[in-house]
Ligand binder design. Structure first.
Ligand code: ADP
Length: 452
């Protein structure tokens, strides 16, 4: 601003002096015009220097600006300063990009950036190894063209990336990959792919091991139980000091049998997929069946049962599994609620939710236990559960069955007042037949596969 004023002053002085000189020479206008032309020529010269300086090639762009004073000096210095700042910022950014590329190429997991059109933007070296992408051939190619699996396309286009997606590596059937996508910017996606072959192998070995061990233990336990029953049938023939140990042995063999049965059930839930053919099960009938079985099992406790369910409400699912899950919840309610307690089975379906609930007025559960209840062998009080013959696997079975039916278990409890176990199912698993219950299609007989 200061230099702008002095430039204006300089022009005024020039015009004044030209006016005075013109007055003495008798040609005021001519001298003034000549001085203005000179002024214009000087500015034109500065413009030329400016243009020459700007048009130097980028390697010379670091060169100092032409020496100049006044307004033109200000312009040269200002632009030179901006140039230096921009150069500093871009070298800082380039440095960061170099570091990010270097570190991501050292990663074992593939990192892929996908633009909003779903095309590949950038990927690291691991992506070439794991997914076979080739640079630059695959740049701007659609990711769903390069990874041709309909399940991947569905996961990618679904836009809900809360969970990871697993599939075999393209062209390598013995490699298992885990895909995780995160959204950023304007609908762009960052995809991380990990090789989980080893983990997958270990997980299937664990499942096989549990399944095999449980299977192998089944026969010896049945034999031991059979002999114990025979001995207990003829208890009088045995020395009295063996009576109590024999009874305890029988109780423990029954517990072992229950644990093996529950482990086998869990193992089959983990390893076998849910069959496509599912049943339409009338809920009131299922509840009544479970109620009478549980009452039979806990007849000494004389609980009062209540069923609240629309008689025309049916559920779509695997009957044996749903029977097992609900009966586990009901037998837990009966097991942990003191004699004469109240147990309610209810179901409610609306357009947005479908809840099946088992409620009791038993001892309740302290809040800090609730998140861990569905873990295998997790018990609130070990001695209390072994007294009741529990295996600690019942709620794990419930969780697995529900997951196979796209559902979740919600537990609400007030210590000392009772508990509510709510199976949250998707609404499309509920069917209402207002004209009365439809004939039930039973694909296989109900088995009491619960933990009791
Ligand atoms: P268990 O075979 O020991 O019953 P579960 O997995 O079915 O195993 O249940 C885990 C634990 O949750 C039980 O040991 C018990 O302490 C607690 N529990 C389950 N249901 C109830 C209930 N209705 N009331 C109180 N506690 C419960």
């Amino acid at each position: 601003m200061q230099n702008w004023r002095s430039e204006l002053n300089r022009l005024c002085v020039l015009l004044f002096l030209a006016g005075v000189l013109g007055y003495f020479l008798g040609h005021i206008s001519l001298v003034m015009l000549t001085s203005l032309f000179l002024y214009y020529l000087i500015n034109l010269y500065q413009l030329r220097r400016f243009n020459q300086w700007l048009s130097r090639d980028s390697s010379e762009s670091d060169s100092e600006p032409p020496v100049s004073v006044g307004l033109w000096g200000d312009i040269f210095d200002g632009i030179y300063r901006l140039q230096k700042q921009e150069r500093k910022a871009s070298s800082y950014l380039a440095n960061i990009i170099d570091k990010a590329q270097e570190s991501s190429s050292a990663l074992e997991m593939a990192v892929i950036m996908i633009n909003k059109q779903g095309n590949l933007d950038w990927w690291n070296f691991a992506a070439e190894k794991l997914l076979g992408f080739q640079y630059p051939k695959d740049r701007n190619q659609s990711i769903t063209n390069l990874l041709r699996d309909p399940r991947f396309s569905e996961y990618f286009h679904n836009g809900i990336y809360d969970e990871t997606f697993k599939m075999k590596a393209p062209g390598e059937s013995n490699k298992v990959l885990d895909f995780q996508i995160a959204l950023f910017g304007e609908n762009e996606r960052l995809m991380i792919v990990r090789d989980i072959t080893q983990l997958h192998r270990l997980e299937s070995m664990r499942k096989d091991f549990v399944g095999n061990v449980s299977h192998e233990l089944g026969t010896p336990i049945t034999v031991i139980k059979g002999y114990l029953e025979a001995i207990l049938d003829n208890l009088d023939e045995l020395d009295e000091k063996w009576h109590i140990p024999m009874q305890q042995m029988q109780q423990q063999s029954m517990r072992m049998e229950n644990i093996v049965r529950d482990l086998l059930m869990l193992s089959s839930l983990e390893t076998k997929g849910l069959t496509k053919s599912q049943d339409e099960i009338n809920l009131q009938q299922l509840f009544s069946e479970i109620e009478s079985d549980t009452q039979q099992m806990f007849k000494d406790k004389a609980h009062s049962f209540e069923i609240n369910c629309d008689p025309s409400l049916s559920i779509i699912g695997k009957r044996s599994e749903l029977y097992s899950a609900i009966s586990n919840l009901v037998s837990n309610a009966a097991k942990y609620t003191a004699s004469g307690g109240q147990i309610e089975l209810s179901a409610h379906a609306s357009e947005t939710s479908f809840d099946i609930e088992v409620r009791d007025n038993g001892p309740g559960i302290e809040n800090h236990h609730i998140p861990r209840l569905t873990e295998r062998f997790y018990r609130i009080d070990g001695s209390r559960s072994s007294d009741t013959g529990g295996t600690g696997l019942g709620l794990a079975i419930v969780k697995h069955v529900l997951a196979r039916h796209d559902a979740e278990l919600e537990i609400e409890s007030k210590f000392g007042e009772g508990s509510r176990f709510i199976c949250k199912l998707p609404p499309d698993r509920a069917i209402l037949h207002p004209d009365g219950p439809k004939a039930i299609e039973i694909s296989e007989p109900a088995e009491a596969e619960g933990s009791e």
